[in-house]
Design a protein around this ligand. Sequence first.
Ligand code: AMP
Ligand code: MG
Length: 357
Amino acid sequence: MKHFVSQIIREIVIISLICAQGCSRRKEPLKETWLAMGTFAAITVTDQDCEYLDKYASAARDLMRELENSLSMFKPDSEVSRINQSAGESPVLVSDYTLEVLELARKYAEISGGCFDPTIAPLVKIWGFNGGRVPDEPLDETSVRSLLRCVGYGHLVLSGGSAYLDTPDMQLDLGGIAKGYAVDVCYRKLREMKAENIMINLGGNIRCHGTSRGNKPWKVGVRNPFDPHSIVGTISLTEGMAVATSGNYERFVTIGNERYAHIIDPRTGYPVRGMAGVTVVSASAVEADAMSTALFVLGIEESQGILNQMHDCHALFILDEQPLQIWVTHGFAQHFTPEPAFDNAVFELEPSPSVMR
Ligand code: AMP
Ligand code: MG
């Protein structure tokens, strides 16, 4: 928990540093920050919109609270908890938001060949995350394999406005998609309210509209996974675009002398090794969120085939090895400016691996 809070503070510092240039000369606040869905949330506007900041932030806060009440697996009476409690017994009628996010979760599970899986909860817990007890030693294959039977998005049945897990002991965990979805819901609402130049951020799931101060594109730093105080580069986001990052540094447990990250490979039941961070730029925050988790599992090689089939979905990978290497798809390179110290560490994935500059 302590680690988690300091992580949140660090993220706020990185993003605030990037916004600081735009905010410092104004008296009016251009950014409002609060806690939502177990992380920080922020709305940033530009001078033209600053008089509406309170209104936008309050609409976003209400929506995030509503979504958290429906989608959190930690709230015993949320819709997701009720679906979990009714697994193998009966379907549960759910709200339009819950139905939509479950449909999207299934879509990204299909696209990723099951590497993103919203029914991953039993495995996430057995490795000590999301309320599970941290095991004293690495789990053996038999106990992991026995839980694989309780995981599989194909067992999530959506029909007639209800959701059903058709096998007892299955559980939903929307931790890899719900925040991105919430950002899109807020984005749509704020656009209806005529917000022009705005950035919505929920725990690093970010979506922007218009431009930042001085008609410049909104900019987001990509954290150096090996140093919480530095970034490896900056992404420029054009209209309506979103970004999300999945990192092995965000949440992890230590078992024996080994660190295990919170993203589990549904094919093996084991936490993913070898990847430090994956950042995805996409046309929606829900896609950026789900796909950053999926690509983290898939690894660079397997991700490429999938990314080639997707429009507007671009990725950056940082391997968990030294010296630090940053691999970017061609589309990602168009948005990315590395920090000078990492200029020579950036490699483009398409069409064939080559040094970018
Ligand atoms: P993110 O930080 O968006 O990558 O989400 C990570 C969270 O998603 C974890 O803390 C788990 O709650 C959940 N999760 C872990 N592994 C997976 C997976 N393979 N597919 C979907 N969700 C996952
Ligand atoms: Mg995600």
